[in-house]
Design a protein around this ligand. Structure first.
Ligand SMILES: Nc1ncnc2c1ncn2[C@@H]1O[C@H](COP(=O)(O)OP(=O)(O)OP(=O)(O)O)[C@@H](O)[C@H]1O
Ligand SMILES: O=P(O)(O)OC[C@H]1O[C@H](OP(=O)(O)OP(=O)(O)O)[C@H](O)[C@@H]1O
Ligand SMILES: [Mg+2]
Length: 281
């Protein structure tokens, strides 16, 4: 049975569970459950703290895990990212109050509070900057006001938390992060991994594409399919009315409205868009 680590709480948990459910896997019914066996699909899910997931995967006690890139790199575990999952996107950045450091170099000799000690140490060491890193569990934004640090390094999504704490980012982003699937470094692929990964890949495709159907005069089909090339090739079939064809093609969801306008402009009619519930590409 493939053993999969899933975040049990925090920003990754809900999106991870939703993605697994969309991929057809059984998920726990109760938020207190620690394990969920999906015997039909030969997969066992272990609900763990997001920060611990890379450790289990790196040690090889679990086959794969869903975690954040920032957590994975911070852990130093022997595990690698094998695919991005399209949720929990954020950046990891330095921030300070007015009058505080405004460049990474100015961190020399100062205190930097963070929940990601490994990431910050590596980043500073690579640049030869000697600063003391204060490891906190969370609410890192309060650490400066409370006198234990001069700057912070933390996850930034909208920037609201920083603003509310009177802090501003400085320097380049240390990292761009998002939810990822992680696997043990150098290991041979565990049995069932290819099917599991393909199912998650398929969820991403089903979410990011729509199915588009339209009718168009046959002499316009070539122009139309350049607007809707699909992933492999569009399906073109004759309509009952002579001189007309029906075209069916997958279109990126975020371009669908624009493509419909362009198709309409070249004479396409009966343009219909439907969601893709599931797929294998
Ligand atoms: N506001 C946010 N927006 C997007 N991703 C976030 C946000 N906060 C944390 N993350 C991401 O979630 C992962 C951290 O998971 P974790 O559950 O430890 O943190 P959390 O969501 O802050 O939960 P907690 O309530 O325990 O602080 C990291 O990959 C991080 O980049
Ligand atoms: O840029 P924003 O949209 O404001 O999001 C970023 C904030 O979200 C997370 O905090 P969380 O609520 O998880 O609290 P924590 O600091 O205790 O982890 C993260 O640690 C930042 O503080
Ligand atoms: Mg947090």
């Amino acid at each position: 049975m493939l053993k999969v680590a899933v975040p049990n709480k925090g920003s990754l948990a809900e999106s991870a569970a939703l993605m697994l459910a969309e991929a057809g896997y059984r998920q726990r019914r109760n938020a207190k459950d620690l394990v969920c066996v999906d015997a039909e699909n030969d997969v066992e899910f272990f609900y763990l703290r997001p920060r611990d997931i890379a450790i289990y995967v790196g040690e090889g006690t679990l086959d794969v895990g869903i975690t954040g890139r920032d957590l994975l790199l911070d852990s130093g575990a022997q595990a690698d990212e094998v695919m991005t999952l399209g949720f929990a996107s954020s950046t990891f950045r330095f921030a300070a109050p007015e009058g505080g450091p405004t460049t990474v170099e100015e961190l020399a000799g100062r205190r930097v509070a963070t929940s990601y000690r490994g990431l910050v140490r590596d980043y500073l060491a690579e640049r030869g900057i000697e600063a003391s890193v204060v490891r906190l569990d969370g609410a890192v934004e309060s650490s400066i006001r409370l006198g234990v640090a001069d700057a912070i390094a933390d996850v930034v999504e909208t920037g609201t938390t920083l603003r509310q704490a009177g802090l501003a980012v400085f320097g380049e982003p240390i990292l761009s992060s998002e939810g990822v699937l992680a696997r043990r470094r150098g290991d041979t692929e565990p049995a069932g991994f290819d099917v599991f990964k393909r199912r998650l890949d398929s969820v991403l495709v089903a979410r990011s594409y729509v199915m588009m159907d339209y009718d168009i005069r046959t002499e316009q089909v070539e122009d139309a399919v350049t607007l809707t090339p699909g992933i492999e090739s569009p399906t073109v079939s004759p309509l009952h009315s002579e001189g007309w064809s029906a075209v069916r093609s997958m279109v990126p969801r975020d371009r669908a409205q624009r493509v419909m306008d362009d198709l309409y402009a070249i004479g396409a009619r009966g343009i219909l868009v439907t969601d893709i519930l599931a797929c294998r590409i």
